[in-house]
Design a protein around this ligand. Sequence first.
Ligand code: ATP
Ligand code: MG
Length: 275
Amino acid sequence: MYAPTSAVVTLKPTASTARPAIKVNQANVIYPAADQPVHALKDINLTIRQGEFVSFIGPSGCGKTTLLRAIADLEPITSGEVLVNDMTPSEARQAGAYGYVFQAPVLLPWRTVLMNVMLPLQIQGVPPERCDEIAREQLARVGLKGFEKKFPWQLSGGMQQRVSIARALGFEPKILMMDEPFGALDELTRDNLNQQLQQLWFNAQRTMVFVTHSISEAVYLSTKIVVMSPRPGRIVKVIDSPLPAQRTLDIRDTPAFLQLAAEVREALVEGHHDH
Ligand SMILES: Nc1ncnc2c1ncn2[C@@H]1O[C@H](COP(=O)(O)OP(=O)(O)OP(=O)(O)O)[C@@H](O)[C@H]1O
Ligand SMILES: [Mg+2]
């Protein structure tokens, strides 16, 4: 039987030649406050190319969520520029470019699990039978087959988060934004979903922007890792991954993986000492 060699796999068109999907130029976000304004993001410059899997990693409060929200048109920037497919974030949002998984799952309590996943599809005008079919498929994918008729409040926090992942995946957005989607999950479920997300990215060629606190998760999933530091939130280092595009969890034991993880850790420590 033919099995692709790693040499073949790495021949996948590299993201470095792809068109930019997201451009952030000299962006600043300052939150007004009665006592002292919070400079949440300072002079952020970043290019994310189509088909890249980019992770933001950094200590709590360094502005990861703020940066994700600024890109997704959920937070206005104070100065600078954000472009998404050469459009403003607002235009991109109206064009349905984004799927967004929030740090805490945001589900409608009066809708069943299945109806929650169907919602964005219904808004897009997808025929009802197809909505139902896609929603069931996505729920099975995140391990929630059999829970379609439950309400969100009947599920654990981790299960609710998986419903919101299924919802974001269902309508096949060009850009999938995920804010610590796996933070509330146990290690094995997290491994499992990491693997599925990696495969999904590899097969679907979508642009992923992902926030995590886990070095190993960032290294396993990403083609590019953006290391951030707090007060004010800055990018300390952008690391392009040399790992092949197609990965299994075993890759975490390889020297290349461990070396990359060490590089991310060093950048985090460096950012921590800087301010
Ligand atoms: N709506 C807001 N109003 C005022 N300050 C805010 C607001 N949202 C965030 N901040 C502040 O901006 C900074 C960055 O917050 P942000 O939520 O982006 O951090 P984060 O990196 O996502 O942290 P965590 O890892 O804990 O989720 C923090 O100092 C926070 O207190
Ligand atoms: Mg956050």
